[in-house]
Each structure stands twice: as structure tokens, then as C-alpha cells.
Design a protein around this ligand. Structure first.
Ligand SMILES: *Cc1c(COP(=O)(O)O)cnc(C)c1O
Length: 375
């Protein structure tokens, strides 16, 4: 069994893909070819925002808006403690300080009470200037953007939505990556909408800000190709990857439905035996991951081993809270408690989740875990 089945999906888009590849290989527009622009139009329409700026990775999609905001040394950027490393790495890359915030046990997303507490402590300490919050749509579930927006506007904080795992999710019909001042996503192959390499995209409704970010994406380009107005990156998405995404976008909504069916079936199967991920009213998850909670670390190891014995892959996202990652241990912490993250990092494990997971495969996984739990 595979953790994520990209081969079945490939077979569905194979013909279209090779037609596009043939085109691009013949016209040799490998950089910023027409597919890149087509994709940006399709994606901004999908998310429902004015601008989509594709880029080289989800990490660049987070770094570019921070650079455009001029975030740097002496600034505090709030970020959940329980997320992928890149969410905080980009903050440190600009010279700013990541301030780690605890998450909620049921949603795995940033806890707004902790966020409020962390902001209060940073302000009362008066050493760092609160600048922005990076709210992550972890495992595909959008963060609580109504509350985050209320808090952020009190302190004039910019909101960056890290929708690397959240593309396709929604809150009351409004699509993920369209929340906050700017949304970022990743097209890493294992994400809900993935390409065949690295890729990412940025979303915003702000015209001037979009223009700045387009410039940063290509070496701070000005009006002319060799007039550079600011420091930037080599941060473009390849034309070939754009073609992959254009093909995948056509089947994406159907895949989202299938992911949601898989998640609902899992939740039913694990009812009363394990803590399952929550479904929240008004929220639609893109189910980048399906994550269960074991009782403790030993219990988790046992469940993972049993599944492995039956050739069922699992993964632990994430075993180390960010505040315990080597490069961040030097940062002053204590702006808020991080107990939930500490506990989750010892208990969570994710099981196969993709649109092409068969009912029989799911039932086998459920049965193996159920048997182990009842032993
Ligand atoms: C994958 C991921 C990123 C980084 O995306 P890349 O495309 O791998 O650079 C950032 N944040 C989160 C939450 C992610 O899951």
C-alpha cells in the first residue's frame, strides 16, 4: 500500500500531460512560458482573489511576502509551534524572530488564546516589534481566520496564510489561500495539489503588493529585464510544472470530494477507538494528511509497528515542536505555553490518505488498528 498514490492519478492525466510537454519541448519556452500565465489566471479564479503569483516552492511563497513587507531584524512574527519547519524558517531567514504559539488539540491549528497571550507578552517585554502572523492550515484544515483577523487588526499585524497543505479547503465557501493579507501554497508532489517537482504560489487582492512580489520573484526586476530595483530571488515556477498543474487542476475538485469521503470513512471506522481529526462546521478540509492521536509515545510506536508489519506506511508529522529544533533553541521563548504541541508531537501519526485509496484498503487499516486497540 502507498502513503500517497501519484501513479493512479498520473494515468488519468497522462495523455494531456504529454501533449503539453511535447508543445513546451518544441517551443522551448521553459521559463515563464504561456502555461505559467494560464495557470496563474486559473488559480486566482479558483481561490477568488485578484492576483496569483506562481513561484519556485511553498517556502519561497512564504519568504517573498515577508521580504515585500520588509520584515527583518527586531520584528516578531507569530507562528504555530506545531507545523512544518519552513513556516518558521522563512521568518528567521529575514532576520526576524519567530515567536512560537501553541495549537489547539482538536484542529492542530494556531490557538487564538495563545496567540493573544504571546502578543501581549511581546508587547510588554518591549524588545521586539510585532509585525505579522503566519497562520498555517495544517493537514488541510483552514485556520480560524475570523478570530485571527480580529486579533491581528487590533495590533496592525499582517496575516500570511500558510496554505501549503490547505489548497482546496474553505471556510463557509470562501477558499483557502484567500484569507489574510496574503496566502501561500506549495505544489510539492505530496501536497493536495502537487506538481512533479517543486513549486508554489502566492495569492493577494492588493495590487501594489502583488507588483512588489512579482518583482521579488525575479531578482527584484524593474520595468526592464536588466534594471533591478530591489533584492529578490530566482523564484519562478517552471513552465513544465505549470503544465502539470493545469492538467491536475481539472480533476482537483473531484479529488477533493474523494479525499473527504476517505476522511469521513476513516472517522467512522475509528469512532470510539482512537482520537480522530475533527470535522468543524463551516470548514472544509483538503485533507492533505489524515492524522490520528495515540495515547502516548509508546502506544504510537506500537501502532506504527503493527501497521508496518502489514506493509501499511505511516508518517509522523511532526515529531519535534519547532521551539525544540536546533536552530530555534537559542531564541528566547516563554511568550506562551506550548504544552499542546509538546503532547501532540509525541502522539500523532498519519496514515495513508489520497483520493484513490480503495474502500478495502481503508477497511484493512481500520481493522488492523481496531484489533490492536482491543487486544
Ligand atoms: C510543505 C510546506 C511548506 C513548504 O513548501 P515547499 O514547497 O516544500 O517549500 C511550508 N509550510 C507548510 C505547512 C508545508 O507543509
Amino acid at each position: 500500500m502507498q502513503f500517497i498514490d501519484l501513479r493512479t492519478q498520473y494515468k488519468l492525466i497522462e495523455k494531456e500531460l504529454w501533449n503539453s510537454f511535447h508543445d513546451i519541448l518544441s517551443n522551448t519556452r521553459f521559463i515563464m512560458g504561456k502555461e505559467v500565465l494560464q495557470l496563474e489566471e486559473k488559480l486566482q479564479e479558483y481561490v477568488g482573489v485578484k492576483h496569483c503569483i506562481t513561484c519556485a516552492s511553498g517556502t519561497d511563497a512564504l519568504l517573498i511576502p515577508l521580504m515585500a513587507y520588509g520584515v527583518g531584524s527586531g520584528d516578531a512574527v507569530f507562528v504555530p509551534d506545531f507545523t512544518f519547519y519552513a513556516s518558521a524558517e522563512v521568518i528567521a531567514l529575514t532576520g526576524a524572530t519567530p515567536v512560537f504559539v501553541d495549537v489547539k488539540e482538536d484542529s492542530f491549528n494556531i490557538d487564538c488564546d495563545s496567540l493573544q497571550m504571546a502578543i501581549d507578552s511581546v508587547i510588554s517585554e518591549n524588545a521586539l516589534k510585532p509585525k505579522a502572523v503566519i497562520a498555517v492550515d495544517l493537514f488541510g484544515l483552514p485556520a480560524e481566520f475570523d478570530r485571527i483577523t480580529t486579533i491581528a487588526s487590533k495590533y496592525n499585524l499582517r496575516i500570511i496564510e500558510d496554505g501549503a497543505q490547505g489548497f482546496g479547503g474553505a471556510i463557509k465557501g470562501k477558499k483557502a489561500c484567500g484569507f489574510g493579507n496574503v496566502g501561500a501554497t506549495s505544489f510539492f508532489p505530496a501536497k493536495p495539489l502537487g506538481c512533479y517537482g517543486d513549486g508554489g504560489a502566492i495569492f493577494t487582492n492588493d495590487d501594489d503588493f502583488a507588483a512588489q512580489m512579482r518583482s521579488i520573484r525575479i531578482h527584484g526586476q524593474g520595468r526592464d529585464k536588466y534594471e533591478n530595483e530591489r533584492l529578490g530571488l530566482n523564484g519562478r515556477l517552471d513552465t513544465l510544472q505549470a503544465a502539470v498543474l493545469l492538467a491536475k487542476l481539472k480533476i482537483f475538485d473531484e479529488e477533493l470530494e474523494q479525499r473527504n469521503e476517505v476522511a469521513a470513512r476513516y472517522n467512522k471506522g475509528f469512532d470510539n477507538i482512537l482520537e480522530t481529526p475533527g470535522f468543524f462546521e463551516g470548514y472544509t478540509s483538503s485533507w492533505a494528511q489524515y492524522t490520528l492521536k495515540a495515547e502516548d509515545e509508546t502506544h504510537r510506536e506500537k501502532l506504527i509497528k503493527v501497521l508496518k508489519d502489514f506493509d501499511i506506511p505511516t508518517a509522523v508529522y511532526y515529531p519535534i515542536p519547532l521551539h525544540k529544533q536546533k536552530v530555534f533553541t537559542g531564541i528566547k521563548g516563554g511568550y506562551c505555553q506550548l504544552n499542546i504541541t509538546d503532547s501532540l508531537s509525541k502522539r500523532v501519526f498519519s496514515i495513508p490518505m489520497h483520493p484513490y485509496l480503495k474502500k478495502e484498503e481503508q477497511d484493512r487499516i481500520i481493522e488492523i488498528i481496531r484489533r490492536e486497540m482491543e487486544r
